[in-house]
Design a protein around this ligand. Structure first.
Ligand code: N01
Length: 547
């Protein structure tokens, strides 16, 4: 069956387009949107997906050690009671293969595949104002149309391979973690160089080290990490999760971060030194992202944050046996959690292995890649394989690599030249009927993603349903509402320590030439949800609606 063509029996919708809605991307976002729009609103929908399978992030990120840093019972859909009841996670943090199995199960369970066109990369999308239709063009040159376009392209899906001179001459193999070959990579006995020590790199190092002949880890910015303490879920844990689903959902949907825990309502500075250390040790022993929640002011008060940062630096020094390596790993230039805090399974311990060496790029930057390996200012490292754990052109990158044109042919690249401008992270002025799922300006990456995704998909679906009920055909963010929102997004970031991490991808700092703007909304998911609900209640205040 040709999944690009309208489904049989669909007929031509009254608006003249091929479908009622086109969704770009079949990850967590696109799949839930399809279910919401098709099965609950009765719309004809086509999802266009570049990969040869569903899963988005979890299709592409197959690098060694890939697993989610959210706990499994929170990293899933909550919209369906039946789905929740029939799926059981096996470990505290789900591996990439297990998440991909889950998403494939969802695709089958809700019969989604028949409306998903795989191997279909969208290259351009243009709004035809007279027809009130988005014309969406694929890389193969086919064009489809629909009044609504929803981008569900992911926040971290445009791989960032740094332009290091000489890469084309490298005689070995190289891979980016976010575009990992499906057949895997054999590191056995190989000389491997890994560039990057973010969440991905920190997951990959201990696993690559298990089989590599030697692994050189090229570190530019040192990073904190807290142990994940992953383990299989015990029968008791599984039962507890089963019996507390509603409580878990309640916590996840009412707190600031979408995770199944609350941030403790106490200041790090209001307890004695002894008590503080006891609480940090307790959080360290528990492990995971919850470490951030030990005190309420870790992200708002530098002095409070210093106590956590110093605790974690001391942990690195106590784990890593070679004092020089420990010093480079713990020489961290930003407050804890102002970059996305990684969690790990034996990352710092890996540097105690004979076959792992840390290379300090702050002391001797990479000059070029040679046919033999990586050359820094000090030395050349002969390598068989280079792993780029160098992250992504986050949030705006996945949207801007599509040639999106709104009213009057204006490009999104133009509209966002100085950084993303939108209203609620949902719509860009000048781009009517286009919604951006978990785009910049929404909590997205600062929230447990499935929670952010369900909130956005529900809001968008309710909005479209409301429009149809009233016979409205067009919705567009007002420029003044977007300007105010951009100010609010900036103000929310400024009220935290988050902008203090100069090299953060939240700021776009990892991509040369990208505007330095704090992109996600840092005011918290609970507040954001309330704002979105209020806007809807006030007949979509800040949006222009027309028939
Ligand atoms: O990417 P990153 P990531 N030369 O941008 C370095 C999510 N995630 O893929 O900091 C040398 O964080 C760069 O150095 P610096 C999660 O949201 C989720 O690790 O720019 N080094 C940094 O060390 C995460 O935050 C899970 O100085 C260069 C690294 O590469 C996001 O994905 C798991 C360089 C990039 O770190 C991105 O994480 C994993 C250069 N030219 C990831 N360019 C889950 O659990 C870059 N670097 C769901």
């Amino acid at each position: 069956m040709n999944h690009i063509a309208p489904g049989s029996g669909a007929g031509t919708p009254a608006h003249g387009g091929d479908f009622d809605a086109i969704v770009i991307g079949a990850g967590f976002s696109g799949m839930y949107l399809l279910h919401r729009l098709r099965d609950q609103l009765g719309l004809s929908v086509r999802v266009l997906e570049a990969a040869d399978g569903v899963g988005g992030t979890w299709h592409w990120n197959r690098y060694p050690g890939a697993r989610c840093d959210s706990e499994s019972h929170s990293y899933c859909y909550y919209f369906s009671k039946e789905l929740l009841e029939e799926w059981e996670w096996s470990e505290r943090y789900p591996t990439q293969p297990e998440i991909l199995r889950y998403l494939n199960h969802v695709a089958d369970r809700f019969d989604l595949r028949r409306d998903i066109a795989l191997n279909t990369r969208v290259s351009a999308a243009r709004f035809d104002e007279a027809a009130n239709l988005w014309q969406v063009t694929t890389a193969e040159g086919r064009t489809l149309s629909a009044p609504f376009l929803i981008t569900a392209v992911g926040c971290l899906s445009a791989a960032n391979v740094p332009k290091i001179p000489g890469l084309g001459d490298f005689a070995g193999q190289w891979y980016h973690t976010g575009e990992w070959p499906q057949e895997g990579v054999d590191f056995a006995g190989k000389r491997v160089g890994q560039i990057g020590t973010g969440s991905t790199g920190i997951q990959a190092v201990p696993v690559i080290a298990e089989t590599a002949g030697h692994l050189w880890v090229f570190q530019r910015t040192a990073n904190y990490s807290v142990p994940a303490h992953n383990a299989p879920l015990s029968p008791e844990a599984k039962r507890w999760i089963r019996e507390h689903r509603e409580d878990i959902r309640e916590v996840m949907t009412t707190n600031t971060n979408g995770h199944p825990f609350h941030i403790e309502d106490r200041s790090a500075l209001a307890v004695s030194e002894e008590e503080r250390q006891r609480l940090y040790e307790q959080a360290w022993a528990k492990g995971g992202l919850q470490f951030r929640a030990t005190f309420r002011d870790l992200l708002t008060d530098k002095a409070a944050n210093d106590t956590a940062s110093e605790f974690l630096r001391a942990k690195i020094r106590s784990i890593v046996k070679d004092p020089k390596t420990a010093a480079i790993l713990s020489n961290i230039d930003h407050p804890y959690a102002t970059k996305r805090p990684p969690i790990d399974s034996g990352y710092f311990e890996a540097f105690n292995r004979d076959n792992v060496t840390l290379v300090d790029l702050r002391a001797a930057p990479i000059e070029r890649i040679t046919p033999r390996g990586i050359k820094t200012k000090d030395a050349e490292y002969p390598l068989d394989i280079i792993v780029f754990a160098t992250g992504f052109d986050a949030l705006t990158g996945p949207l801007l690599r599509i040639d999106v044109r709104g009213r009057d042919g204006r490009t999104l690249r133009d509209a966002w030249e100085a950084g993303p401008v939108n209203y609620l992270g949902l719509q860009v002025p000048g781009f009517p009927n286009m919604f951006t799922m978990t785009g910049p300006g929404s909590p997205s990456v600062l929230c447990n993603m499935p929670v952010a995704i369900e909130q956005h998909a529900n809001w968008i679906a309710d909005c479209i349903a409301g429009m149809r009920a009233k016979g409205l055909r067009r919705i567009e963010a007002r420029p003044e509402a977007a300007q105010t929102w951009v100010r609010d997004v900036n103000a929310a970031a400024e009220s935290t320590l988050l902008p203090e991490a100069g090299s953060s991808w939240y700021l776009g700092a990892n991509v040369p030439g990208k505007p330095r703007v704090f992109m996600p909304y840092a005011g918290g998911m609970a507040q954001y949800r309330a704002i979105c609900d209020e806007v809807a209640r006030k007949d979509y205040e800040g949006f222009a609606l027309s028939a």
